[in-house]
Write a protein that binds this ligand. Sequence first.
Ligand code: NAD
Length: 213
Amino acid sequence: MSTIPTATISRLVTYLRILSRLEAQGIKKTSSDHLAEEAQVSAFQVRKDLAYFGRFGTRGAGYAVPTLRRELRRILGLTRPWNVVIIGMGRLGQAISDYPNFDQYDFIPKGFFDTDPALVGQVFGGFEILHPDELPRFVREKGIDIGFITVPQAAAQEAADALVRAGIKGILNFAPAVINVPADVHVEPVDFLAGLKRLSFYIQNPQLKEELA
Ligand code: NAD
């Protein structure tokens, strides 16, 4: 199996956002130079990122915006909605579940889970909060694809184990903990404190340019 840098996938998401805006503005054509300028990378980088997935556009003529946008959506798996559950309905879980534009991005919250007896049974955003014991049945019946982990650090592995047992293959982990999962499960960490630490490093070392490749 070939490998693709994580940074490439992150940039594809950026290119898609740019293409969506261009399409909304009725712009039909773009180029690697234009995408590069908007994404603040080199045109070579844009071409290299896209080349992992095939040939797009024609030399000299650039890219048709709707076609490239459709291709990137296909590559990123955004041609179907993804059903999401949130594990841990404390401050962060509730804030995320309240985000109004979720489904606009094809990620649809379908259920909320918590172990706290004071929260289980409460209705939140139209859903009754369930105990994680219900996960296997719920995932099977509702066709859940992705689990968000928004539990305290000490409970993150337990929450991940419950998601894996229920058959979930993708986890967005907000807890500041490395979690162990089987090889066929992908974990994407979201850690704003780690981001702050990277920021403080780069502010303190302005001579070091971020490695983009
Ligand atoms: P919180 O204490 O308000 O909520 C945590 C919830 O998880 C509680 O309702 C608790 O009952 C529930 N819980 C505990 N163990 C559980 C389990 N095994 N299964 C299901 N539910 C369980 O905490 P918070 O402030 O919402 O933070 C949640 C997590 O998110 C923490 O790990 C925190 O460090 C992290 N966090 C991450 C970011 C980020 O950017 N990634 C930002 C803020 C907080």
